[in-house]
Design a protein around this ligand. Structure first.
Ligand SMILES: N[C@@H](CCC(=O)N[C@@H](CS)C(=O)NCC(=O)O)C(=O)O
Length: 102
């Protein structure tokens, strides 16, 4: 999966939407590929990464999540909700999955 962000996933004051989205995904067990798009301050259309986000979502804002199957989850609130609803499946451990008496 690809997570499109502004300049990174760092903390800004109390909240930063890109950080919150990234944190929710990592808490859910994912390691998204982070794509930095620059932008903000009215400059979004000048940045190729933001133009890609616009093609994917119809708007320039990030964070935007592109799943491996091509589905798009746009905005930090939606990404946080998606991560909570879709935690990374845990692979069964060999001990737990062994048949009884094996
Ligand atoms: N409500 C949105 C806000 C997202 C937001 O403001 N993102 C900033 C980057 S941290 C941005 O893309 N700003 C550029 C703009 O508003 O055009 C969310 O939580 O996802």
């Amino acid at each position: 999966m690809h997570l499109y962000v502004c300049y990174g996933t760092f903390r800004i004051h109390d909240s930063h939407p890109c950080r919150e989205a990234h944190q929710a995904l990592t808490d859910a067990g994912y390691q998204p590929k982070v794509v930095r798009t620059g932008g903000c301050y009215g400059s979004d259309p000048l940045w190729p990464g933001r133009r890609k986000v616009k093609r994917l979502t119809g708007n320039y804002k990030v964070p935007t999540l592109r799943l491996d199957d091509g589905r798009i989850v746009d905005g930090s609130e939606n990404i946080v909700a998606w991560a909570a609803e879709n935690p990374m499946p845990q692979s069964a451990s060999p001990i737990e999955s062994a048949p009884q008496g094996a």
